[in-house]
Design a protein around this ligand. Structure first.
Ligand code: BES
Ligand code: MN
Ligand code: ZN
Length: 491
């Protein structure tokens, strides 16, 4: 069951809820909702602050029970840090910590006044949307192959008037897209194969009016000349697919936005085999695909007035007697030849044919997302995705959408100077550019298949999943791209 969101405009001290959520700044400064509960209860919150049980430190949460004069059964006090420096990032953090605390309780319902807090530069729709998405993120449970962790929360109401309704509506659509992306990302690669991704796309199209799906099989890809994509998939018993989804929410004849996502359902490295430890993380190597399918889902759920195409090249990269090998020369769909110097640089070899294929839709803008390089993780870590584009306006749009949603990205250069690292003596160019600037040379490779297109590349290698044995797919960059599409639809 999915978490239900609603708006409410009741007084915090008289609302009948199992749990009222209010914010507390540092140094005993109460938010207005906390102040109302405090005075209705004869100073109960201030007494707890003085006793040291409640702290306004960021991320601190404390549950207070049975406050006399207050209708709510429990009050969850959430630390907000210093009021002076309170900002959008801290607001999201507070919402996340509040959701963690409330989902640890056994309550089915809660009401939050965090959405009333003053956040510089952000309006009530933004606050409600951000609070709802943060809560949904925490409430997500993976349950496809294991008994999911318990979750009792079913519904949460956020303080806000009708000006916040648009934010709540967007949150519902984006949350569904994020959940879809996370679920696909988390599935093991013996379930989530290229064929599975194709079947899911077809099922989605069946279930949603106005959505069309087409899934190309290896024979059709061979006819189109996608020999680079096919070469990567050749070592696997799970044959490749090219998944195409279309949503015509815009005007007839309007050019579509085209999203391309790397769908490597497992990346062993192939003949250039990866080391054993950590290889299991490479089930997440289809998170670009998941992110684009999730963004597509969000756009359809929001019924965005845009024409949208999602293209997902999907393969499994495995070592085998029939695998492609280092020093192979492959001919891409574009006609350009590539010398394969490392079979572990496979993402670009499937994306290149997908980017060539995407040009038939005459994109208004072409954006790809991929868990493309370990170098990107070294450069930016887990917090920012990398954006590379020769189109300053498109890069700026995407960066701004990342700031707006706090699904943030950082731009790296895509200067022609880097292109020479791809030189080859045996083909038009090679598939790797050496150690320096690995994220950029990967983008340089892709740029050769996006000539003349308004194109941007997003490397999500560091942001697509959380580290560790229990690390889950994050659903990034669904929020960023959904926001970008919302803005495009308003143009
Ligand atoms: N899927 C990996 C990139 C990756 C690695 C993402 C670690 C997230 C975490 C990609 O296919 C890959 O193996 N890239 C190589 C490229 C190299 C051979 C030029 C890499 O980054 O090491
Ligand atoms: Mn690889
Ligand atoms: Zn890969």
């Amino acid at each position: 069951m999915t978490l239900q969101f609603s708006l409410q405009s009741d007084a915090p001290e008289t609302t009948d809820t199992p749990c009222a959520i209010v914010g507390v700044y540092e140094n005993g400064t109460l938010s207005s909702a906390a102040a109302r509960i405090d005075s209705a209860s004869g100073g109960a919150i201030k007494r707890r602050i003085e006793a040291g049980d409640v702290s306004g430190k960021v991320g601190n949460t404390q549950v207070l029970f049975d406050l006399s004069g207050v209708t709510a059964k429990r009050v969850l006090a959430v630390g907000l840090g210093a009021e002076k420096s309170f900002d959008a990032a801290r607001f999201k953090r507070a919402c996340t910590e509040a959701a963690r605390a409330v989902t640890k309780l056994t309550v089915k319902q809660a009401a939050s006044w965090l959405s009333e807090l003053n956040v510089p530069g952000r309006d009530s729709a933004w606050r409600v949307r951000t609070a709802a998405l943060a809560t949904d993120h925490v409430a997500y449970r993976y349950g496809a192959t294991v008994k999911p962790a318990a979750l009792s929360l079913e519904a949460i109401a956020f303080a806000g008037d009708s000006t916040a309704q648009a934010g709540l509506d967007q949150a519902a659509g984006i949350a569904e897209g994020v959940r879809h992306a996370r679920e696909l990302g988390n599935l093991p690669p013996n379930i989530c194969t290229p064929k599975y991704l194709g079947e899911q796309a077809k099922a989605f199209a069946e279930a949603h009016e106005g959505v069309e799906a087409e899934v190309l099989e290896p024979e059709q890809m061979a006819e189109l000349g996608m020999h680079s994509l096919l070469a990567v998939g050749r070592g696997s018993a799970n044959p490749p697919r090219l998944v195409v989804l279309k949503w015509n929410g815009g005007k007839d004849g309007d050019k579509p936005y085209v999203l391309v996502g790397k769908g490597v359902t497992f990346d062993s490295g192939g003949i250039s085999l990866k080391p054993g430890p950590g290889m299991e993380e490479m089930k997440f190597d289809m998170c670009g695909a998941a992110g684009m399918l999730g963004t597509f889902t969000a756009a359809v759920k929001m019924k965005l007035a845009v024409n949208l195409v999602c293209v997902v090249p999907s393969v499994e990269n495995m070592p085998d007697g029939d695998s492609y090998r280092p020093s192979d020369v492959v001919t891409t769909m574009s006609g350009q030849t590539v010398e394969v110097l490392n079979t572990d640089a496979e993402g670009r070899l499937i994306l290149c044919d997908a980017l060539t294929y995407a040009q038939r839709f005459e994109p208004k803008a072409l954006v790809d997302a991929a868990t493309l390089t370990g170098a990107c993780v070294i450069a930016l870590g887990k917090h920012a995705s990398a954006i590379m584009s020769k189109h300053d306006d498109l890069a700026e749009e995407l960066l701004a959408a990342g700031e707006e949603t706090l699904d943030r990205a950082w731009r790296m250069p895509l200067w022609d100077e880097y292109q020479s690292q791809l030189e080859s003596g045996f083909a038009d160019f090679a598939n790797i550019g050496g150690k320096p600037a690995g994220a950029i040379t990967a983008a340089c490779f892709l740029s050769r298949f996006a000539e003349g297109q308004r194109w941007a590349h997003i490397d999500i290698a560091g942001t697509a999943w959380d580290d560790g044995r229990k690390g889950l797919a994050t659903g990034r960059p669904v929020s960023l791209l959904s926001q970008w599409l919302i803005e495009q639809s308003a143009k």
